[in-house]
Design a protein around this ligand. Structure first.
Ligand code: NDP
Ligand code: DGY
Length: 322
């Protein structure tokens, strides 16, 4: 069972593969992404592929792999980097890593929200650069969660975990949007299902936790930001492409919205001269939602177990149903 692993992953994950009888592992053993040519060469003739969200697995890769490829296991819950139509056509099974990263990502989403609404990076910078001269009544004020309305785009696993963590801050009302109402999940927060436009208009905080799909691509655009309140804060921990970044820049630069916090961008990494990085009211993190040691280790083990189960023709711990 020859497999290709596209990156250096936590040792626990690799151990699962190397201890499995009959699994021959070839790995791109680097912190940096595998170059496309190495990916195409590495996957050739393999039965299994363990990949990351930064690897675009499309027709070219599948053709380079050849008909022997039976399983793709991605060490991520997001699967927008996989060409599912092409994968399905070839009868390849796909494993992914839901649930195990929900807590870490929700925690980071809350941290980012607080950093953006209470202006933490900007304030910390003032301490270092001498901007802190005395206590001033109107200086470094931001917006708090108490009594607020929070709108969640995508009340899935992570969206619910975010709402659960925000509720004790004294949020008055939760709104959410998605493909259909989820009354059972929403009941815990008395969250109201509303159209995207109403969510934009009424929320003090918008948190994006949906999957990237053709329907969500570019969903947060000029019209969306134009409907938001001037005092509201926008947070995205899903995928960068859900947001039209030019429109977000305009909204932040012209005071259409108060602040934003992004853990995901397009492209990744965001070029260091990108206009969004020039704004004080935009906090940008390098896609670290799931980045706790324990979570990344668990993700690697799960991805390895998904791969092995697929190779053996057994039920996977977490299989994506195509
Ligand atoms: P889930 O599948 O549980 O949730 C995805 C949500 O997206 C669902 O609630 C779904 O709503 C919603 N959605 C789908 N289509 C639309 C739409 N057209 N409009 C609004 N909402 C929509 O996934 P998770 O919560 O586990 O993960 C969500 C995403 O978070 C991942 O796909 C990934 O991209 C991202 N992620 C980012 C991380 C980071 O490091 N920043 C870490 C982990 C995940 P419905 O049920 O109504 O279809
Ligand atoms: C995912 O899993 O989709 C995240 O973006 C990284 O953990």
């Amino acid at each position: 069972m020859a497999v290709f692993v596209t990156r250096r992953i936590p040792a626990e994950g690799l151990r699962v593969l190397s201890q499995a009888g009959g699994c021959l592992v070839q790995q791109w053993d680097s912190e940096e992404p595998v170059p496309r040519a190495e990916l195409l060469a590495g996957v050739a003739g393999k039965r299994g592929l363990l990949c990351l969200l930064s690897d675009r697995i499309d027709r070219e890769v599948l053709e380079a792999a050849g008909p022997g490829l039976k399983v793709i296991s991605t060490m991520s819950v997001g699967f927008d980097h996989l060409s599912l139509d092409e994968i399905k056509k070839r009868g390849i099974r796909v494993g992914y890593t839901p649930d195990v990263l929900t807590d870490a990502t929700a925690e980071l989403s809350v941290a980012l929200l607080l950093a953006a609404c209470r202006r933490l990076p900007e304030a910390a910078e003032q301490v270092k650069n001498g901007g802190w001269t005395t206590w001033k009544p109107l200086w470094m004020c931001g917006y708090g969660l108490s009594g607020s309305t929070v709108g969640i785009i995508g009340l899935g696993r992570i969206g619910q975990a975010v709402a659960r963590r925000l509720k004790p801050f004294g949020v008055k009302k939760f709104l959410y949007t998605g493909t259909c109402p989820k009354s059972e999940c929403a009941a815990e927060f008395a969250a109201e299902f509303v159209p995207l436009t109403r969510l934009a208009e009424e929320s003090d905080f918008v948190v994006v936790t949906c999957a990237l799909t053709p329907a969500t691509q570019g969903m947060c655009n000029k019209d969306f930001f134009g409907r938001m309140k001037k005092t509201s804060v926008f947070i995205n921990t899903s995928r960068g492409a859900v947001v039209n970044q030019d429109d977000l820049y305009d909204a932040l630069a012209h005071g259409q919205i108060a602040a934003a916090g992004l853990d995901v961008t397009t492209p990744e990494p965001l070029p260091t001269d990108h206009p969004l990085l020039s704004l004080k009211n935009c906090v940008i993190l390098p896609h670290i939602g799931s980045a706790t040691y324990a979570t990344r280790s668990t993700m690697a083990v799960l991805a390895a177990n998904n791969l092995l189960a697929g190779l053996r023709g057994e039920p996977m711990p977490h299989e994506l149903l195509l």
